[in-house]
Structure formats: C-alpha cells, structure tokens
Design a protein around this ligand. Structure first.
Ligand code: NOJ
Length: 495
C-alpha cells in the first residue's frame, strides 16, 4: 500500500468484491462480511492494492443491493456495522484499501423518504425529493415522457393517487431529484458517515445520471433497440452534475489519506467522460471501452488509443458484475492473454472477483435467474446472473448458494488452482507482482498482434498473427516454446 499523499490510485490494482457471491461466512448461501474478512489474506496474497465492495446497505435486493433502503447501515444478510468496522481495520492492517459503492442516483422504494413521499401526496416537499409528475393523455394515463427504463419497460410507474414517479432502473429504484437541497445535504451526511469510519473512497453508481433535464423533455433521438442508451441527452449528463462532484471532491479532500472517487460513467465515447475527470472533480472513472471489443488486434488498439487520447488518466476494465465473463467472450487462452494486456496498460486496473480464476459465464436455468432485467424483459434479455454465481473456494462446493454453482467449478476452485502453477490464479498472482510501471509507447508488431513498451518491460499480445519469436520472458500467459502463438501474450524484458 503506497503511503498517504502519493495518489496510490494512479496505478492501483483494484479488486471488485460482489459481496453476496464472494465468500459465505455463515453458511446461509449468501456471501457476507464475515466471509470477506476471512478471505482478506487471499486478496493480499493475490497482490491487489484495494477492494471495491458492492453495496452492503439494508436493501430488499430488488437489484442486488443497488436498491438501498438505508445508506448508513449494513444489511443483516451481510453482517453489522461492527463487522464492517472490523473489516476495514483488518483490511488496513493488511495494507488493502477499501472503496465503497455509493448509489446516489436512486434509492429503494423501501427507503423512508419514498414512503414519506407516497404518504405526503402531490405537491409536497417530500415528493420533491424524487421525480413525481402527472401523466400525459386525457386522464394522465400515459407516462410523463418517453424515457424507457434501463431494465425494460417505461421509466415511470404510476402510484395510487395518479402521479407517476421516475426510475431509470427498476420500479423499486425511484430516482432522487438532485435539484432538492435535502438530497444534496443527505448525501454529504452519508459520505461523511463512511469517511469517518475510514473508507478510502467511493465507487459512484450511475455517476453521470444524477441530474435530469428539469423540463423532462422527450429524448431528441429515437431510442435504439433495447431501450435505454448510454448516449442519451436529456435523462443523463446534465451540466449541473459537475457541481456535485466538485463538492464531493472538496469533501473527500478534507479527509486525510488520499481518498478516491471513481465514477461509473457510461458513454460510447470516452471524450464525453473527460469533463468528469477535471482536476477538481473525480479522480477516476471506469473506462468500459475494452468491454465491447472483440478479440481483434485493430479494435483493441483503437479502443486503447481512443481512451488514452481522451482521458487524463485511464482505468482498464475487462469484467464486472454487469457483463458476460471474459472467458466466455474471448475463449480461455485469450482471456489469459488479455489478463497480461490489462495489467500492462498504464493506469489503474480493475479485476472482478472470479476473473482471476478464469470463471466462465454460467448458463443458469430460468427459475434460478434473479436479475430484474430477465423478469422485466419477459426473458428476452437473460440478465446478469451468469457472471454473479458465487465463486468456488474449495473442491467441495457449497451445499447452499443463492445461485447454483456448476459442479465443474470444483476444479476451478481457489483450492484447486493454488495447487497448480499453470492455473489462472497463478498467472494473475505472478502478473500482479510484476506489473510494469513507467513510460507507455506502442512498438512495431506484425498485423494481428500488439506490442508496447512499459518501463523496462515489453508486452506482446499475439491476438491472431503467425507465431512471434520472444526471448527473456518475465511472465507468459501459457507455457511457451521459442515463440508466442496466436491467443497468447508475454511480458519480456527490454533489451
Ligand atoms: C450500475 C450497477 O453496476 C448495476 O449493477 C446496477 O443494476 C445499476 N447501476 C443500477 O444501480
């Protein structure tokens, strides 16, 4: 762990803990804080610098905890505030930083404020903390505008007295109205609550969505198939949102210890993310551009170049709890090669739990699926459960588990991989220790391959070229002869 004041996050390896699928400490089939605490030494040995923990607040779990009912407590499913404090202390003892997931765009419909808003009725200050509006059409039977929800269906739900409320996600996730001073003040209180307990920063959910065009105008562009678009104009990315982050940056900056704000900001073009990373706003934002690339050298290079050109500091992401697992997207050998690409690029790298085990997307039976996307699209979109299956710790798989764990994962388990020097886990562990630092520059490479220097190492990724001779290999994605075959990557010492 870098000492305070050194902007540790600039080159950090940050491990994403999706808590309910990480480690189950009490055998109820759901991961929890006790389980995570017990596995902190695993994360230290893996060699990461920080954890980002998915929402652990009291929640009805309509969207896996991204529907928060109380921002200053812990869901009993996961533990207690005392357990959270103990976790923070243990993590810090092991020199692991802890970044919390904060969800400011929306809460749960079970949040006290939403219940108060429903009870208080139209025109009340309580409703002013959300987006309540009369409907359109003769009896107000049509939603106030044409916005679809990210999870399918309209972004509006009607309540008993005839008004509608806005939810960019599930109906159980009403959007806050950030024009309301109550909301602004409440989030300052919430951030302080956790900063005072010692968290090292926040991952900000839907960071670009907090403010809406207050006229609630229809979107100017027609909606793409599938509804919600990350390139929307009126529902997201309003100029005033930057003022919120300037305030938050001042707030975290008033605490000692170099705390970080990481925005989840999803646009097709990284140039649109750049304003959020101005010096007085967020330090980091996820760069999701590699997530949508095929295993294609030209496409990967173009995506890297676009990000490096557009952003003052670039993060790298190949997996998270919202997307199909990398092994399933690229293939197993390719996913190993991609790990070396990820960890050689300049800037912070995010690793989603199970990525280091090479877990594939699980094809779950319909009756097991829990993601609201599956339900709300009538099964047309499978949703994100397949990448959220609890990770296997030992060959003996758990008897209870909130999503079924495939039997083949016994041999993918941490226990099995720790015994195997050729495992995914061994590869990630080696690479995390040897992560190169220093200058980045592209080097010449055959068509279908990528090569760049990074400090005293060269990273060569043979995506689909003829075998490339390599010497002086520091880390390789697989056992090599004299040459790097297609689908493999290596870090070699620079001559
Ligand atoms: C982004 C989160 O990563 C995702 O899991 C969640 O469903 C939405 N935001 C809504 O909170």
């Amino acid at each position: 762990m870098a000492p305070p004041g050194t902007e540790w996050w600039r080159s950090a390896s940050i491990y994403q803990v999706y808590l309910r699928s990480f480690a189950d400490g009490n055998g109820d089939g759901v991961g929890d804080i006790a389980g995570l605490r017990a596995r902190l030494p695993y994360l230290r040995d893996l060699g990461v610098d920080a954890l980002w923990i998915a929402p652990w607040y009291p929640s009805p779990m309509a969207d896996g905890g991204y529907d928060v009912a109380d921002y200053c407590d812990i869901d009993p499913l996961f533990g207690t505030l005392a357990a959270a404090d103990a976790l923070l202390a243990d993590a810090h003892e092991l020199r692991l930083r802890v970044v919390l997931d904060i969800v400011p765009n929306h809460c749960s419909n079970r949040h006290r404020w939403f219940a108060e808003a429903l009870a208080a009725g139209p025109g009340s200050p309580e409703r002013g903390r959300f987006w309540f509006r009369p409907g359109r059409g003769p009896n107000g039977e049509e939603p106030p505008n044409d916005w679809p929800s990210h999870f399918g269906g309209p972004a509006w739900t009607r309540v008993a007295d005839g008004e509608w409320y806005l939810h960019l996600f599930a109906p159980e996730q009403p959007d806050f109205n950030w024009e309301s001073p109550d909301v602004v003040a409440e989030f300052e209180r919430i951030l302080r609550f956790w900063l005072d307990r010692g968290v090292d920063g926040f991952r900000i959910d839907v960071a670009h969505g907090l403010l809406k065009d207050a006229t609630l105008a229809d979107e100017p562009e027609p909606f793409p198939a599938g509804g919600f678009s990350s390139d929307w104009r009126t529902a997201i990315d309003q100029p005033g949102v930057h003022e919120i982050y300037r305030d938050w940056r001042r707030l975290v900056g008033s605490y000692p210890g170099d705390r970080v704000l990481v925005g989840e900001i999803v646009f097709t073009s990284q140039a649109r993310v750049a304003p959020y990373l101005r010096p007085d706003e967020l330090q980091l934002a996820f760069n999701f551009s590699l997530l949508s690339q095929e295993w294609d050298a030209g496409a990967i290079r173009a995506s890297i170049d676009e990000s490096l050109a557009a952003l003052p500091i670039v993060t790298w992401v190949l997996e998270n709890h919202d997307v199909t697992r990398l092994v399933t997207r690229f293939g197993e050998r390719e996913a190993r090669a991609a790990a070396l690409l990820l960890l050689a690029l300049p800037g912070p790298a995010f690793i989603y739990q199970g990525q280091e085990l090479g877990l594939e997307e699980v094809d779950l039976p319909d009756e097991s699926r829990q993601d609201p996307i599956f339900r709300r699209s009538n099964g047309e979109r499978l949703g994100r459960d397949g990448c959220r299956v609890p990770i296997p710790w030992s060959r003996e798989l758990p008897e209870r588990s909130w999503l079924p764990v495939p039997a083949e994962w016994a041999e993918r388990s941490v226990e099995a991989q720790l015994d195997d020097d050729t495992s995914f886990l061994a590869l990630y562990t080696r690479a995390l220790r040897a992560r190169p630092r220093g200058r980045f520059a592209w080097l010449e490479a055959p068509d279908g391959a990528l090569a760049f220097e990074r400090g005293d190492l060269t990273c060569v990724v043979n995506v689909a070229a003829a075998p490339i001779p390599v010497a002086d290999v520091v880390v390789a994605s697989e056992e090599l002869g004299e040459a790097l075959p297609p689908g493999a990557a290596a870090w070699v010492r620079r001559a």
